[in-house]
Design a protein around this ligand. Structure first.
Ligand code: OFO
Length: 172
């Protein structure tokens, strides 16, 4: 059975993952308005991943015999100056998420809840990958500068991203 503290921390993380999905949907809509359909697609797929992350934690709380709590999901930012601004905000958001994932892993360790610690390790690895993939996009944007042709090439590259459910056995 999960402790009350871990149940609350995991419930808050479900909320945070759904907030991330909301934020990326908001960004996806703005990118669409900018005429960058590939960026919009990349962010939409990111939102789908965040929902899967949140649902997986929700399922884990139930699997451990605890009851999740639900609080309101904050409204996402909805104003971004350009595509650089969007990805800079994605990176700083993911850095915050990494902190909260690490603090849950630390709590699980302090409570000697090895199962929960092990569960959180997937998220720890995922955050490394997320921060790295966003940093790659930011590096490319910095090389592209004001070259609109190269920006469209990057947009085409990001259009190829497809959603792959990271937890196919658990979520339908
Ligand atoms: Fe769920 O990884 Fe981003 O926030």
């Amino acid at each position: 059975m999960l402790s009350e503290k871990l149940t609350k921390a995991l419930s808050d993380q479900v909320n945070a993952e759904y907030y991330s999905a909301y934020l990326y949907l908001s960004m996806s809509a703005i990118a669409d308005k900018f005429g960058l359909k590939g960026v919009s697609n990349w962010l939409f797929v990111q939102a789908q991943e965040e929902m899967a992350h949140g649902t997986n934690i929700y399922n884990y709380i139930l699997e451990r015999g605890a009851s999740p709590s639900f609080s309101a999901i904050e409204s996402p930012l909805d104003s971004f100056s350009d595509v650089n601004d969007i990805f800079e905000k994605v990176l700083s958001h993911e850095q915050q998420v990494t902190k909260s994932i690490n603090s849950i892993a630390t709590l699980a360790m302090q409570e000697s809840d090895h199962a929960c610690y092990q569960f959180m390790m997937w998220y720890v690895d995922e955050q490394v990958e997320e921060e790295s993939s966003v940093t790659d996009v930011l590096d490319k944007l910095s090389l592209i500068g004001d070259n609109k042709g190269l920006l469209l090439t990057l947009d085409n590259e990001l259009a190829a991203r497809v959603f792959v459910n990271p937890f196919p056995a658990k979520i339908n």
